[in-house]
Design a protein around this ligand. Structure first.
Ligand code: NAD
Length: 340
């Protein structure tokens, strides 16, 4: 009877390769029998061309209603005073948790990476209250930026990470910080995370690492890590490092989860250099759709999707150009659907 329980979800195709990888992902979800009932809305450049606003109120209203979205990459218009749509979405829906799992599908430099990074998504240095101080003739002689971490915000993201660990059978969380230098800004994060960790004692192990050492250890010996819990800036950087460890942008999904909605997307951008050529790798967005299935309690379907992606890439050796293959987006998608 589950098949009739449709779950409303907002679909944003996005810009550049967005429409190509979104179409491929929706076809695969259909083949899988996924329960989503799509409400397709615009954002990004396509929305600017329509009505001038890269984040129209119809799109916001749709997400307010569904509280769930699958989003293609958006091109942020340069100049014209536009704020990043992704940042606006994070603020509007308080998407405080950025979830970035990195798992090896195609063995490469490393064979067996399986690390989940949780990044605080709306505080820290990305609050970016910035200004210049003039000295002498130079109006911009000194640049100042302020970061903001709140104890509540730190506790909230820590609790998200520990709850994720418990519900996904994860063993250890490494808190990433720079509390030896940024004693207040990242000290409060370390302190709050350690405090939340005590509630999970005996269930989830905890340790901590200074961010620079962590970046090096990820390259030298990634298998020592299970989950990473990071502030906004450090998480931004380390999550891309993680994507690199498992084969790059074509295989990296992300989720932005908050109090009022959850938005799932590929980590890559709109790839204007290959847009419209039919060669984009749709796997990142498909893996993001897998996270979305888990989020709505359909880990069974997410598992099948992941398995089919892995078999198509490894056994059938059907791969897009970025992974060294020759298949276009449609050919890859057709091969994957055959496996499903
Ligand atoms: P990008 O990720 O779009 O592209 C970087 C390189 O990776 C390009 O050579 C591209 O061809 C390649 N690539 C990316 N995704 C691919 C895929 N699925 N298959 C094959 N190759 C792929 O990064 P960029 O060029 O720095 O950014 C382009 C635009 O995307 C900018 O406007 C940026 O603001 C936007 N962007 C949006 C998001 C988002 O919406 N979440 C994220 C990052 C960048």
């Amino acid at each position: 009877e589950q098949r009739n329980d449709k779950i409303p979800a907002t679909l944003i195709a996005g810009d550049g390769i967005g429409p190509e990888v979104t179409k491929a992902t929706v076809a695969v979800l259909d083949a899988l029998g996924a329960p989503f009932e799509w409400d397709e809305r615009k954002a990004g450049m396509s929305a600017v061309n329509d009505g001038g606003d890269p984040l129209p109120s119809a799109t916001l209203d749709s997400i307010r209603r569904t509280r769930l979205a699958l989003k293609g990459p958006l091109t942020t218009p340069v100049g014209g005073g536009f704020r990043s749509v992704n940042v606006r979405l994070r603020e509007e829906f308080k998407l405080y948790a950025n979830l970035r799992p990195a798992k090896t599908i195609i063995p490469g430099r490393y064979d067996n990476i399986d690390i989940v990074l949780v990044r605080e998504n709306i505080e820290g240095l990305y609050v970016a209250h910035e200004h210049f101080i003039p000295v002498g003739n130079d109006p911009r002689a000194v640049a100042v930026s302020t970061g903001v971490n709140t104890r509540d915000g730190c506790r909230r993201i820590a609790r998200f990470a520990f709850e994720y660990a418990v519900s996904h059978g994860r063993k250890k969380i490494t808190i990433v910080h720079k509390a030896n230098v940024l004693k207040a800004l990242t000290g409060i994060f370390l302190e709050a995370a350690r405090e939340v960790a005590t509630e999970y004692a005996g269930r989830v192990e905890v340790d901590d690492r200074i961010v620079d050492a962590c970046a090096m250890q990820l390259v030298l010996n990634p298998s020592q890590f299970d989950m990473l819990l990071c502030t906004n800036l450090f998480g931004d950087i380390l999550s891309d490092e993680l994507a690199g460890l498992v084969g790059g942008l074509g295989l990296a999904p992300g989720a932005n989860i908050g109090e009022h909605a959850a938005i799932f997307e590929a980590v890559h951008g709109s790839a204007p250099d290959i847009a419209g050529k039919g060669v984009a790798n749709p796997v990142s967005l498909m893996l993001a759709a897998g996270l979305m299935l888990e989020h709505v309690g359909r880990a069974d379907l997410a598992g099948r999707l992941r398995q089919a992606i892995s078999v198509t890439l490894l056994e059938d050796q059907v791969r897009t150009r970025d992974l060294g293959g020759t298949a276009g987006t449609d050919a890859f998608t057709a091969a994957l659907i055959r496996r499903l």
